[in-house]
Design a protein around this ligand. Structure first.
Ligand code: SAM
Length: 285
């Protein structure tokens, strides 16, 4: 206890356990995200920036402000500060292999009449996931002529959605990518330490980026053929995961696919999907 109270004294802002519990409650209500008890330092670090920006002198005043009627824009920043956005191009590569070899040919056969294909990257973070989907699509079906194929990419965090839409990345982000792929889809902007690349507009034209909280109503009409929701439900409790998987089943075509993250599973959470491979599911009829 001594160590903890000394840490508190060293802190720039007064941050009590009650404040921490209020943050947890607010984040759960707003975003469905369950922060465990061990995240106290993370919360302090991330929200301290918000207190500084507004010149609040302690957490309880900041949290009171979040309850006020004009706190809407700050509530967005509060959520943005607490999301975890770790991602990478072609993360969990077996999903993209399966997309190229199985999902795309099978989905094209299914939609031979209406030629309409819809994919959704739910929790797209800074865009590496939907751009990886778009690269896979364009490399597998170079001519999309006469196909109406669109990728919806959404995230709760408005900052990452903006960054994803812009499609600019530090050059190191594509270092591990095969040369041919990198040269084809990325264009260098600026050189030296701050070197950046921008994604080819042909990829951007396939994707619609939107801010969307998965806990709220979804404005989309029509069904999806494939949903990537990877490394997102890990932040939700089981009850929230169960509801979300049910909503995914509602919005997928029968036979449509759901890919989840490497440490996630659907065990005892839904009987509307069959497991077809490592973290890959298919909606049952
Ligand atoms: C760790 S990233 C995963 C990014 C990508 N799917 C991947 O696997 O590389 C998790 C993302 O889920 C988003 N997220 C968390 N809660 C959400 C919610 N309620 N609605 C929508 N997105 C959410 C976060 O903002 C974050 O960008």
């Amino acid at each position: 206890m001594l160590a903890k109270s000394e840490t508190d004294r060293e802190r720039e802002f007064h941050f009590t356990d009650r404040d921490f519990q209020s943050v947890r409650k607010k984040l759960y209500e707003q975003a469905g995200i369950s922060l465990n008890e061990g995240k106290r330092d993370l919360v302090y670090g991330r929200l301290s920036r918000r207190l500084r920006a507004h010149r609040f002198c302690d957490f309880s005043t900041y949290l009171e402000y979040l309850e006020s009627p004009d706190a809407g824009p700050e509530l967005v920043q509060f959520i943005n500060a607490l999301t975890t956005n770790l991602t990478a191009f072609f993360r969990e590569p077996h999903h993209f292999d399966y997309l190229a070899k199985t999902v795309l040919p099978e989905t094209m056969r299914r939609h031979v009449a209406d030629r309409r294909i819809r994919f959704w990257s739910a929790g797209c973070s800074t865009g590496e996931e939907p751009y990886s989907i778009a690269m896979t699509v364009k490399e597998t079906m170079p001519s999309l002529q006469n196909w109406d194929l669109k990728i919806l990419a959404t995230d709760l965090d408005s900052n990452v959605v903006e960054s994803a839409r812009r499609g600019r990345y530090a050059a190191q982000r594509i270092e591990g990518m095969p040369r041919r792929r990198a040269d084809k889809w990325f264009h260098s902007v600026g050189a030296g330490a701050g070197e950046q690349v921008r994604v080819d507009p042909a990829l951007q034209s396939l994707i619609t980026f939107k801010q969307l909280n998965l806990m709220q109503d979804w404005p989309m009409t029509g069904s999806f053929d494939l949903i990537f929701c990877r490394n997102v439900v890990i932040y939700f409790d089981k009850a929230t995961q169960r509801k979300l998987f049910d909503r995914y089943a509602d919005i997928l075509h029968t036979g449509g696919y759901l890919f989840i993250g490497h440490s996630e599973n659907m065990h005892k959470l839904s009987d509307r999907f069959e497991l077809i491979g490592q973290t890959m599911y298919r909606k049952l009829g």
